[in-house]
Design a protein around this ligand. Structure first.
Ligand code: PLP
Length: 427
């Protein structure tokens, strides 16, 4: 049985950094990534046969726990009928209708295969619809890796201390205004200066890529009002928060309805599905009915859609989100109590099945505050927990995720481990 270290060394010879997405390489926490052999419920098992409680959940999708039997069965049944057709299917209508029923802003929706494609397409659509070029994004928000969005983008990039990416010509980001999250005055000022040039605001309505940072009361309402007043499109990037913080995403929690919404992660149930949707008059501009081009060979893939549809159905179980939120709070409250007992500056926050852990005294409201977290303390915590069989995200700038299978026993095991580990964090 090869060790994680042997696999990492072998991987690095054929794959840049040994991984297919940067944060997996443990770059900011150091050490050897665990190579996962299988996963079930709240657990992942690595190549060495070690079991971990998983708080990454595939970075969000695994809300039902890993390998839910009904999702696996749906995938198997769909696969038998063919893996991809490049032609429309009835299941695509079913998932479109399911998303329209759930997400308040969505009147029509187009499927893609990732969150990156969803945000990239939504921005092109907003620009096509308004005939304007500039876009507004917020420091610390990540919307995938489209060129124009790789400006102060969050987690992976924050982790590497590299706020932009090489390979993006300055001209490509010249139309991207980057403002401070939760700072409505800055947005109002931008609209005063460029109001009739701004195509859209794209925002993580609760940010999950600079750790968890919730929108301050009035922030989203203010964005809505400014966009309406200036004829700009408001895009909520709910790739992470959609169906994670509650059944209708942040827009359901806050009552603020954007013009367009992007989704991915949970709607694919662990398979590659993304979506962008919103007002019917805006969506009418997408090809083939409209003049904004967008396409995909594997868009609406039948196997991926089967996983997504089954996941969406299972999320409708009565009390699902209430229970998920209770378990998540048990985790964050419990961690906070144990950190306090150990004298470690630490706090935590949660919404639905999503949480943030901050090695500082108060919950951050913007990127500048997130960056004040004690990353060394986080790294000690991360490795200590890993040694105790608990796998948090390998970066102080990532949100964490709880699934429906994180029962009291799993949470208690985590808290018992944390009680020991916080002692070493303080040292
Ligand atoms: N938008 C948000 C808010 C995300 O969190 C992510 C990924 O984490 C993306 C977009 C990009 O999605 P993907 O990794 O599926 O391309």
């Amino acid at each position: 049985m090869p060790s994680n270290q042997e696999l990492f060394e072998r991987a690095a010879r054929s794959i840049p950094g040994g991984v297919n997405s940067p944060v997996r390489a443990f770059g900011s926490v150091g050490g050897t990534p665990r190579f996962i052999a299988r996963a079930q419920g709240p657990y992942i098992h690595d190549a060495e046969g070690t079991r971990y409680i998983d708080y990454i959940g595939s970075w969000g999708p695994a809300i039902l726990g890993h390998a839910h039997p009904e999702v696996i069965r749906a995938v198997q049944e769909a696969a038998v009928n063919g893996l991809s057709f490049g032609a429309p299917t009835e299941a695509e209508i079913d998932i479109a209708e399911a998303l329209i029923r759930r997400i308040p802003s969505i009147e029509q929706v187009r499927l893609v295969s990732s969150g990156t494609e969803a945000t990239m397409s939504a921005i092109r659509l907003a620009r096509g619809f308004t005939g304007r070029s500039k876009i507004v994004k917020f420091e610390g928000c990540y919307h995938g890796h489209a060129d124009s969005l790789l400006v102060k983008a969050g987690s992976g990039l924050l982790t590497f201390g590299n706020p932009t990416s090489a390979g993006v010509p300055p001209e490509f980001v010249a139309h991207t205004l980057v403002l401070e999250y939760n700072n409505l005055d800055a947005v109002a000022q931008a609209f005063e200066q460029h109001g009739n040039e701004i195509a859209c605001i794209i925002v993580e309505p609760f940010a999950g890529n600079m750790n968890l940072v919730k929108a301050a009361p009035g922030f989203l309402e203010g964005l809505r009002e400014l966009c309406t007043r200036h004829g700009a499109v408001l895009v909520f990037d709910e790739v992470m928060t959609g169906l994670r913080v509650g059944p209708q995403g942040v827009q359901g929690l806050t009552g603020v309805t954007p013009d367009l919404t992007t989704l991915a992660k949970i709607i694919g149930g662990g398979m590659p599905v993304g979506a962008f949707g919103g007002r019917a008059d805006i969506m009418a501009r997408i090809a083939p009915v409209g003049d904004v081009y967008q396409a995909g060979t594997l868009s609406g893939n039948p196997v991926a859609v089967a996983a997504g549809l089954t996941t969406l159905r299972l999320l409708e179980a009565p009390g699902f989100y209430e229970q998920l939120a209770i378990q998540t709070r048990k985790l964050t409250d419990g961690l906070q109590a144990r950190a306090q007992a150990a004298g470690v500056p630490f706090c935590a926050d949660a919404v639905g099945g999503m949480f943030g852990l901050y090695f500082r005294d108060s919950i951050p409201t913007r990127y500048a505050e997130v960056s004040q977290c004690d990353t060394q303390a986080f790294n000690r915590f991360f490795h200590g927990m890993l040694d105790h069989g608990v796998h948090f995200a390998p970066s102080a700038f990532e949100a964490g995720f709880v699934s429906a299978t994180h029962d009291d026993g799993v949470i208690q095991h985590t808290l018992d481990a944390a009680e020991d580990v916080f002692e070493t964090v303080r040292a």
